[in-house]
Write a protein that binds this ligand. Structure first.
Ligand SMILES: Nc1nc2c(ncn2[C@@H]2O[C@H](COP(=O)(O)OP(=O)(O)OP(=O)(O)O)[C@@H](O)[C@H]2O)c(=O)[nH]1
Length: 349
């Protein structure tokens, strides 16, 4: 980014009272989720699901197919601070929230042991269900390590025998299921081919059976990482509109440059906790230098106000501390550039 063309502001005081008269974040969310059903059926099921297993058994492939190839689906709510949400799958009165188990994707064998120790004590805590993924063709000591940790788990564990498409002799499948069934008391054993999408409908049904009756934790319309950024950019745009009114350049756009969450930490020296924080960098793109000056305002006052109001709304929407950095940049002719439009999320609208 060209610093000479940018003006930054980082509102840092999150304790400001919000006295401005503006649309609440609920209004903004409502705009995007207006098709969501108003009434949640009493038999709705919802819960956290952890997908575990040694490297290379197909966990990522399975998750991607379970959530319908929608990668990087994330959402933020306070209940999820313990987990990293990797996918939210909502269908037929069931919402399965897939969570990442830290270290699960490490290749090193030793890491598994460490990871599973940790997983048993933290990542697996609070999940409602575990999917233990194994490769139908191989059972190796690493699987055994994972199994050992799962034996202590106090939630249902479903064994998912993956890659069944690689089994040549299909009649060997039943004896294999029987053999695995003796390893521990699984709630269910489901053979699938994640890659081919085979038997995944059945797996969806089995997963649903083990999730508790609970209302959805997330919007029925799944949130993608993109739409989360999109909501953030819409908040900034709304604040610009409020500040500029008639002066608003009609071809102004807001681009979210980065959207990163820093987890809560403890300061090693002082021992004081530092809360989790969402760092959002956004660029306000305008067509001409004159428009840039309008957005920035006298002594940067307008931009400062926009940043402060936007941050307050973002903190409400994302339910955590937000550090917002705003830039204003002249990008002549961007509105004619199809690629730029796509990168700004206009294909989504
Ligand atoms: N034949 C076949 N291959 C599969 C299947 N599922 C996954 N694979 C392949 O297995 C390999 C590993 O898949 P991943 O999904 O990356 O496995 P993972 O368990 O997430 O691996 P880590 O990230 O190392 O923990 C990839 O080459 C996949 O294409 C399946 O059902 N059948």
């Amino acid at each position: 980014m060209d610093d000479s063309q940018a003006n930054t502001i980082t509102p840092s005081d999150s304790s400001n009272n919000d006295n401005t008269d503006h649309a609440s974040p609920q209004d903004v969310i409502g705009q995007f989720f207006k098709d969501s059903p108003a009434e949640i059926p009493a038999d709705f099921r919802c819960g956290f699901v952890a997908i575990v297993g040694r490297p290379n058994v197909g966990k990522s492939t399975l998750m991607n197919h379970l959530i319908g190839q929608k990668l990087s689906i994330t959402s933020r709510k306070p209940q999820t601070t313990r987990h990293k949400i990797v996918g939210i799958d909502t269908r037929d009165n069931v919402q399965a929230v897939y969570v990442d188990t830290p270290g699960m994707h490490k290749k090193e064998v030793r890491a598994i042991n460490k990871m599973m120790n940790r997983a048993a004590s933290s990542a697996l805590r609070d999940v409602n269900l575990v999917l233990f993924v194994v490769d139908s063709m191989k059972w190796v000591p690493d699987d055994e390590l994972v199994l050992e940790k799962l034996k202590n788990a106090d939630m249902p564990v479903i064994m998912v025998i993956n890659k069944v498409d690689t089994i040549e002799e299909k009649r060997t499948l039943l004896p294999l299921i029987e053999q695995h069934g003796k390893r521990m008391k699984f709630s269910d054993i489901v053979p699938v081919s994640a890659l081919r999408g085979a038997n995944l409908e059945h797996l969806h049904e089995v997963i649903a059976k083990y999730l508790p009756f609970a209302p959805p934790m997330y919007a029925i319309d799944q949130l993608t990482d993109r739409s989360e950024r999109f909501l953030a950019s819409e908040i900034v745009r709304e604040k610009i509109m409020r500040q500029l009114g008639e002066e608003l350049p009609y071809d102004l756009a807001v681009q979210i440059e980065s959207f990163k969450e820093e987890p809560a930490t403890i300061n090693e020296k002082t021992g004081k906790p530092k809360p989790a924080c969402l760092y959002i960098d956004a660029t306000i793109l305008v067509e001409r230098q004159g428009q840039k000056l309008i957005v920035i305002g006298d002594k940067g006052r307008k931009l400062k106000q926009i940043g402060m109001e936007a941050r307050i709304d973002m903190e409400k929407m994302f339910e955590q501390k937000v550090m917002l950095t705003l830039w204003v940049k002249v990008k002549g002719g961007w509105s004619d550039d199809e690629r730029a439009l796509k990168s700004l999320g206009y294909s989504d609208i």
